[in-house]
Design a protein around this ligand. Sequence first.
Ligand code: AMP
Ligand code: MG
Length: 391
Amino acid sequence: MISLKDALDRVLANVPVTGTESIRLENCAGRVLAANVVSDVDMPPFNKSAVDGFACLKSDIGKELQVIETVPAGKIPENKVSPGICIKIMTGAMVPEGADFVAMVENSQPLNNGTIRLDAAPGGINICFTAEDVKNGDIVLEKGITVMPQHIAVMAAVGCTEPVVYKKPHITVLSTGDELVEPDCKPGLSQIRNSNASQLMAQVVQAGAEAVYGGIVSDDAEVTFQKISSAVNEFDIVILTGGVSMGDYDFVPDVMKRAGIEIIFHSIAIQPGKPTLFGRKGNKLVFGLPGNPVSSYIAFELIVRPAICRMIGKEYIPVQFNAPLSADFMRRNTSREAIVPVKFIEDGSVEPVSMHGSAHIHALTYANGLMIVPAGTALISKGEMVHVRSL
Ligand code: AMP
Ligand code: MG
């Protein structure tokens, strides 16, 4: 049995990075940039008016001025500003040569003879200067960024229509267990619905990979061998649930070895999630997660999600903080690190979700964080600070 930290280090040390591909700008939200994005323009590309108003000389404020032209956005001014002469201008339009100020339209007074007076007002000069935001050739987005809508705006503005991103890993999810039926079947006596696969497929997609359901694998060594062998050839990562513990029908570890998969570890000192198994064949990875759905959920969050992130070029750093515990927490067996589903409550404290065990999936729906309790700790009193990460 190895520590969680050791397990994660071993997983990350074995993760290959996927290849890259160019995709359309509109489709890249959530993907990780595999190359810097460089601007092919200055931003702004010209001295631009920040307001609707009159381009003038600052020294002409308060004087009677002639308006000789109107410049809408998208037009090049035909005239220059000079003493006694101003030009009407719209937000986003090019500031004419000679102007060092744009007076807001709200601060202008039309005079009787068709002239205008611009009044002094607090504030700036209302001109955005060429390249003050970004210079042509600047790196505007760095490799490794996870693309959000605001990054897409920058890409659009610099003409990066086909950004280079990491490919999504192809992952298959297999569920072992003769007791399992698909969610659209009514389970018979002694049967349960396969809830792990749907949960894991959603976790895989949320982590930024492609999930393909591999079906229910019966508790038969030969069938399991065939399934694992073909899955590991076809996919970047194979995730199995069930069949990894010490029961008579827990074939997965032996079958993996027969299929040429090197077992890197099989057992982590965590509660729940102890029988978690990790193996590798070439650059293909195999995770054998516990059958109980709460355990498989947690093992995925702790071990598999960081691996997927590393594969697509980013480090997984969960939001982590310390918060006071809302009620005493006690446990008897302290040999392993405990991973306790918790909910954040309004006063800023965290409350362990009341659970009957690792099959109690309904309880997990109330959790929005995981509390990490070190091995050796049996009691944490109400009000003590605990380490939590958000889900
Ligand atoms: P196992 O690790 O195969 O011994 O399974 C441990 C427990 O998890 C058993 O109670 C199984 O019935 C349950 N279990 C296994 N696989 C699934 C699954 N895909 N969905 C829901 N429960 C499962
Ligand atoms: Mg089983």
